[in-house]
Design a protein around this ligand. Sequence first.
Ligand SMILES: CC(C)(COP(=O)(O)OP(=O)(O)OC[C@H]1O[C@@H](n2cnc3c(N)ncnc32)[C@H](O)[C@@H]1OP(=O)(O)O)[C@@H](O)C(=O)NCCC(=O)NCCS
Length: 188
Amino acid sequence: MAQILVSKAQHIRIAPLGAQHAPLYRALMLHAYQVAADAFTSTPQERAAEPLSWWVARIADPQGLSHVFGAFLDDELLGTVTLEFSAKPKTRHKAHLIGMFVAQAARGSGAGRALMQAAMRLAGDRPGVRVVTLTVTDGNTPAIALYESFGFQRFGLEPMAIATPQGFKAKVHMWCEMPLARAIGGAA
Ligand SMILES: CC(C)(COP(=O)(O)OP(=O)(O)OC[C@H]1O[C@@H](n2cnc3c(N)ncnc32)[C@H](O)[C@@H]1OP(=O)(O)O)[C@@H](O)C(=O)NCCC(=O)NCCS
């Protein structure tokens, strides 16, 4: 896979992804499952076997429940995050955040924070959404720090959540309550 290079001085743009981005999104996520294997529950092999229509369904969900944002440098997709809503009456007050990834060369330049801002703003704008949840592999300090800076709190630890070559790892479960009126921006 081509190496992704970025200068921190260059401007990164955050935009919602659409069906036309499916090949780019697929390539970035297959890269993510490879290089940040412990951060995800899927393997590159599993996801590589999915047809392009699976990726299109995630980023252009006809029901409007799945929303994917991309971090772009020009036309290059360097990062992404997904927010999933629920249609069920008893759970539609909750959104779930998945698939957060920023390519190594772009890290530390604010792309992760900008992606979180976009996702949290979308959650805050959706009528009735009061809670955002996520899970993160125990020990993933950069991701946990990022989520905590947006107000996420731990509410549980699932032992032996994923099998890795180094053994089982736990998943931290986090939640963030969305106040009815709130400025969303994290700590920065
Ligand atoms: C977690 C991740 C998305 C952060 O992306 P990023 O673009 O580097 O993040 P940013 O530059 O926007 O930094 C935002 C905040 O994240 C936290 N953070 C980022 N890198 C960090 C590090 N190395 N150590 C500690 N905290 C870190 C900080 O709170 C930082 O805020 P600050 O700059 O005000 O201190 C990125 O490291 C990544 O893709 N990791 C691999 C995949 C992954 O773990 N995904 C999460 C799945 S749950």
